[in-house]
Design a protein around this ligand. Sequence first.
Ligand SMILES: Nc1nc2c(ncn2[C@@H]2O[C@H](COP(=O)(O)OP(=O)(O)OP(=O)(O)O)[C@@H](O)[C@H]2O)c(=O)[nH]1
Ligand SMILES: [Mg+2]
Length: 393
Amino acid sequence: MLIGLVGKPSVGKSTFFKAATLAEVEIASYPFTTIKANAGIGYVRVECIDKEFNMDCKPNHGFCINSNRFVPVELMDVAGLVPGASEGKGLGNQFLDELRQADVFVHLVDVSGTLDVEGKPTENHDVCKDIEFLEDELNKWFYNIFMKVWKSFARKAEIEDMKFSEAVAKQFSGLKVNENSVKDVLLNLNFSEKPSNWTEEQLKEFAIELRKKSKPMIIAANKIDTENGEKNYNKLIEKFPDLMIVPCSADSELALREAAKSELIEYIPGDDFFKVKGELSDKQKSALENIKKLLKKYGGTGVQEVLNMAVFNLLEYLAVFPVDSANKLTDSKGNILPDCFLLPSGSTALDFAFHLHTDFGNNFIKAIDARTKRALGKNYELKHRDVLEIVTR
Ligand SMILES: Nc1nc2c(ncn2[C@@H]2O[C@H](COP(=O)(O)OP(=O)(O)OP(=O)(O)O)[C@@H](O)[C@H]2O)c(=O)[nH]1
Ligand SMILES: [Mg+2]
């Protein structure tokens, strides 16, 4: 699972990235602070099963605090994008190419309204413009990739009589384009011409629709803590009722995580409260006081919520716990609930077995639900927070 952070310069991409990964990256108020992509590990938060079974889990990956399981996901922070990036403006869109493999984009929008589209200081910037231009640049990015090879690719697919949706998915698998998305898009567009004869406009339409499906996007309305943050956030939700938009303060999340790391406070990422446990300076006290108000008002800083919504609501993934023993909830070494995996919704028990190991898939007999101890067949559709033992030959 790769989550790409995108947005114009200075919106807080690296701050969000640092808050989520605690990696050391550069953060500054001038545009194009980031010039090389940062990759790191963040987490989605899942209610752990261990509480339900009165046990303490021992994760192989990620961690668990008070039965809040943090499951690793990959995050990538790239350089800011400006209008015209697809024609090389700013730092161009070379960085998008590092995000070809992204499953989902988090678009950070600065709701302070104090940055123009290029990330330079201004007043009362229309924040809706940021969503429009970024979508436009992403569409052009996709289109340019398609345009370069389209004619020869489409002709070849036609001559070889390949199944078209499969051929497209294969050719553009580097962009995480999948066959079902291509089928959906083709069905919706219903072009009558052969793909090799599509006009530029038709190819553009196709690329745009496929971009939307292959790189779904959630909006992090960042800097909600600023003076006009709330006003501009409301403007966004009014103008874009169909988008997933989460109020966010990456800066506050970073402050909380760093304070927790220094053991000044106890804070579980995603919570709407924290507990002071260390000696605080007056400055720290007042900063934390402000963050406390923000947590209360918005139910959290938004950083954890953005990641969770991206994975579980937008992509509709499920978290599933594999065990070697449905009775003991352990792996073969006796570790309790060692793993938690993310799979697309609609995945079956057999998909899960293959996800664990090809041998498990090939030798699948049944799955056992650790809660009910019932046997499940290969076509059983996984549910979020299932705990399953796979029984093989
Ligand atoms: N008030 C406020 N400021 C923030 C927040 N998040 C980031 N900032 C500030 O915004 C400025 C830009 O932050 P960066 O994280 O460097 O932004 P970026 O999007 O990575 O910028 P580029 O790498 O230049 O594209 C810094 O001064 C941050 O401290 C926030 O939630 N609230
Ligand atoms: Mg940056």
